[in-house]
Design a binder for this molecule. Structure first.
Ligand code: ATP
Length: 347
């Protein structure tokens, strides 16, 4: 199977009402992994359904491997698209065993090739000894891996994953995610993952497309969308942020935390974006703050602070073992470069 790139151009679709997808464009490189990240109801699943051929867009085009699958005239049937689709619940057939589930949907001649089931199970990190189990005899993570093996059995050029890890607990989620990534990499399949989990999107994909209200607010590498968000909304969706009013001149912004270095030059009134891991706590001197509360998480702790002489509230993420105590007076500094956004004018 040769890897196929995906090109989505100007795609628009609504379920009879206002558009759920509003002129959406996206490119996924052959063999690449893109995470579509957005809040509930933003249109992520609808985009996957359009890619899979389950809905007919009112406008726009979908091309996979240079072949047009959807446009104003054409709607190639789902089974002719060479796409594997793994849903949130895995959706295994309860009355079929693992082998039956994996071979389901293959052409009749290929269904006899039960020998490939063992190889597919190994590919997704499962023991071939599970081949005769029924879905209710498997854990949630094992069921998801069987669903992935079923999707890969047809050797699709493109695999769509719709929140496939969301029902799993934390440890199982990480292991299943890694097994899925390895299996997809081995097959060279181009992958689109839909998720509302920021950590999952950042760790799974080489490209993250952030969707709000049926539009992409930003498409970029994981570090671009996290470190250089296009808007405060994208920044806040990717992780905790503080926005401080300030005045920028070139590569410096003056705000309640003093003069901070800007990653990009700016001029005039800005909102300075600071992530909690950028706030460094030290012995009190210069800028100080009073610790309001500490949420201890083991490896790290989130420390809420009142900046002395201001109404500014800060949050610092510090190593768990270095966490101060509520009431402590600490020094604060933001030594790393920060981003800024033009401040919206108020009337
Ligand atoms: N079959 C349908 N008929 C009518 N409206 C629908 C249908 N499916 C989804 N919608 C609406 O379209 C919008 C986008 O839904 P979609 O499932 O694509 O969002 P999502 O980002 O995947 O959300 P979630 O993360 O909750 O799954 C929502 O407002 C939803 O209510």
């Amino acid at each position: 199977m040769t890897a196929a790139g995906i090109t989505i151009s100007d795609l628009t679709f609504g379920y009879g009402g206002p558009p759920v997808l509003d002129r959406v464009s996206l490119q996924v490189r052959p063999g690449g992994t893109t995470a579509v990240l957005g809040p509930s109801g933003s249109g992520k699943t609808t985009l996957l359904r359009a890619l899979a051929g389950f809905v007919r867009p009112t406008q726009g085009r979908i091309e996979i491997g240079g072949r047009i699958l959807t446009d104003a005239q054409l709607l190639v049937a789902p089974e002719r698209r060479g796409i594997g689709y793994v849903r949130q619940d895995g959706a295994l057939f309860p009355h079929l065993d693992v082998t039956g589930n994996i071979l389901f949907g293959l052409p009749r001649a290929e269904r006899r090739r039960t020998s490939q089931v063992g190889a597919l199970l190994e590919l997704v990190g499962l023991s071939p000894s599970l081949a005769r189990r029924r879905p209710d005899e498997l854990s949630g993570g094992q069921q998801q891996r069987v669903a992935l093996a079923r999707a890969l059995a047809r050797e699709p050029a493109v695999v769509l994953l719709d929140e496939p890890f969301s029902s799993l607990d934390t440890a199982l989620r990480a292991a299943t995610r890694e097994a899925t990534l390895n299996a997809l990499a081995e097959r060279g399949a181009t992958t689109v993952l839909v998720t509302h989990d920021q950590v999952e999107a950042l760790s799974f994909a080489d490209q993250v497309a952030v969707m709000f209200d049926g539009r992409f607010a930003q498409i970029g590498s994981p570090s671009e969308v996290y470190d250089a968000p296009a808007t405060p909304q994208v920044g806040a969706f990717l992780g905790d942020t503080m926005l401080l009013p300030g005045l920028a001149y070139g590569r410096v912004a003056d705000c309640d935390l003093g003069k901070l270095d800007l990653a990009e030059p700016a001029t005039g009134s800005v909102l300075v974006m600071i992530r909690p891991e950028q706030v460094v706590l030290e012995a009190p001197s210069g800028l100080t703050a009073r610790v309001v509360s500490v949420a201890y998480h083991g490896p790290d702790a989130m420390v809420r602070l009142d900046l002395t002489g201001t109404t500014t509230r800060l949050v610092a993420r510090v190593p768990g073992r270095d966490a101060p105590h509520p009431g402590d007076l600490v020094g604060v500094a933001v030594p790393s470069q920060v981003r800024s956004f033009p401040q919206p004018r108020t009337a």
